[in-house]
Write a protein that binds this ligand. Structure first.
Ligand SMILES: [Zn+2]
Length: 170
């Protein structure tokens, strides 16, 4: 794991920092401050409190929320706080954030059983027996219509030939 001394980001490798483009990458050390989380200013209090209680040193930086709004109104409400902890304490810090409900665990993956259940419901609604019967009846009806049409054409053709015969005195 490499550490960018300029923006305190971690990256897997490469010559330049993927976040700020700095070339000052070096292997991360346990004491390097790394980003633990970004929080709103309301959330920052409990996070700082929980980290302090756990004895994890942390560092806070107010996110630069540039733009006219923040100049006119002072710190805009969207301005967040970035909380940094030493690299060696990052996992513990994350555990603490989870503990206070700030970091949510990834939603649990759906079990295979649930997916199978869903599939079964699909099949049920798709191939309902009543629908099958209806479709069969419609098919028979369309075949009958077709036969009727063929018969009609045959009859008409006969009639036409009769008329032509009459007309040309065959
Ligand atoms: Zn960087």
């Amino acid at each position: 794991m490499l550490y960018c001394a300029d923006c305190q980001s971690l990256c897997a490798g490469g010559e330049r920092c993927p976040f700020c483009g700095s070339g000052r990458l070096r292997p991360v050390r346990p004491g390097d401050p790394v980003l633990l989380c970004s929080a709103s200013q309301e959330e920052e209090g409990p996070i700082a409190g929980a980290l302090g209680d756990a004895g994890i040193p942390y560092l806070e930086k107010t996110e630069a929320a540039g733009g006219v709004t923040s100049i006119v109104l002072g710190r805009s409400r969207s301005a967040g706080v970035r909380v940094f902890v030493p690299y060696g304490e990052r996992e513990r810090g994350r555990g603490i954030l989870r503990g206070i409900g700030f970091l949510k665990d990834d939603p649990p993956a759906r079990t295979a059983g649930e997916e199978a259940e869903e599939k079964r419901t699909d099949e049920k609604s798709g191939g309902a027996p009543a629908g099958g019967k209806g479709r069969k009846a419609a098919r028979i009806f369309s075949i009958l219509l077709f036969l009727l049409a063929v018969a009609a054409v045959a009859i008409l053709t006969d009639a036409l030939i009769d008329r032509l015969r009459f007309f040309f005195h065959w």
